[in-house]
Design a binder for this molecule. Structure first.
Ligand code: PHE
Length: 335
């Protein structure tokens, strides 16, 4: 029939022509219905055959409609055929920065032995960065050479040169006993090279309680070194001086890269300095309203870059802040 020809020839190229097709052949006033209406005029003995014919036309229209609908649904607007079996564009997975990785690991290690995390401002006043930490007025560390000073209104402020400033804030605001670590960025006015930078990262540790001893400090640091670098790690304490601790020490950890034979990370010595520490000076406790007759404590400050250097064999401090993706990408698997 003519309708059959029309259905076959009908060009469905978009949603609009599909809808027109539907209205014409399948809608409530469709052309095939007209044929069924004509069935009344057909002699009885032919009704069955003619009915089947018309029904065939109806099925043809329905089939074409469903087929074309599916074709349209699988075709993008530009008309190209979509291929759902094609592999997707790869999603680039980012990586965490080695400094962030090491910082979280340090926090976890100290969390396990009851240390909380505290933070302080990077722009600091003289009191918290120096005076309360027992720096005499003429101490060379206050010198312009090390400290970035900042004019801020009436007050002269500085970029903190160490996280020891947070010790003071924690002691001022809290009450003994105190067991906390303070991770953060610190600044020093130094020429940038492979081994020095104008900013780097530290984690301060502070433990104040009754009868805290130097042995507690040593044991805590040994625990830390073993957790961080493995059971074989050893530490070595060298006498040192800090205005805010007495006695004071610098701590080296055994080089896990060359295991004693010497490499350029440990400068062929088998040891790498990672932190300064000591028993909190009574003057410092007093400055923060903690009674040194009742309480004692230890403090330490470790360099995150140093620990990352040993953990990941990074030999140039500048790599940490250059954002070179070839460097950063190497830590993807460290997630
Ligand atoms: N603040 C010292 C530094 O930056 C490290 C330190 C912290 C030493 C705590 C002793 C106690 O070098």
């Amino acid at each position: 029939s003519a309708i059959e020809e029309d259905i076959k020839a009908y060009e469905i190229k978009d949603a609009a022509s599909l809808e027109k097709f539907r209205i014409e052949f399948l809608g409530s006033k469709n052309r095939i219905k007209d044929l069924f209406a004509l069935l009344k005029t057909v002699p009885n003995e032919e009704k069955r055959a003619v009915g089947q014919l018309i029904n065939g036309v109806k099925v043809l229209a329905e089939t074409k409609f469903n087929e074309q609908k599916e074709v349209l649904e699988n075709t993008s607007e530009e008309g190209e055929k979509l291929d759902f079996s094609r592999p997707g564009d790869p999603l680039e997975v980012g990586s965490r920065h080695p400094i962030a990785l090491v910082r979280s690991e340090i926090i976890e290690i100290f969390n396990r032995i009851g240390f909380s995390v505290s933070e302080g401002p990077e722009i600091e006043d003289d009191w918290h960065n120096f005076s309360a930490l027992n720096f005499p007025p003429e101490h060379p560390a206050r010198d312009m050479q090390d400290t970035f000073f900042i004019e801020k209104g009436e007050n002269e402020m500085a970029l903190r040169t160490h996280t020891s400033s947070v010790q003071v804030r924690v002691m001022e605001n809290g009450e003994a006993p105190i067991r906390t670590i303070s991770p953060g960025r610190v600044y020093r006015n130094e020429a940038i090279s492979a081994r020095a930078h104008c900013f780097f990262h530290q984690v301060e540790g502070l433990y104040i309680d009754k009868d805290v001893s130097f042995a507690d400090l040593k044991q805590t640091l040994l625990y830390f070194a073993k957790e961080m670098f493995g059971e074989k790690a050893q530490i070595r304490l060298r006498p040192s001086y800090f205005p805010f601790t007495e006695p004071s020490a610098e701590v080296d950890v055994s080089c896990t890269i060359c295991s004693g034979k010497g490499c350029n990370v440990c400068k062929y010595t088998g040891w790498l300095e990672i932190l300064g520490c000591g028993m909190v000076d009574p003057n410092v406790l007093e400055a923060s309203n903690i009674d040194p007759k009742e309480y004692s404590g230890y403090a330490f400050g470790m360099g995150i870059e140093r620990i990352a250097q040993l953990k990941y064999r990074v030999n140039d401090l500048r790599l940490y802040s250059e954002n070179d993706v070839r460097f950063l990408k190497q830590f993807t698997s460290a997630l």
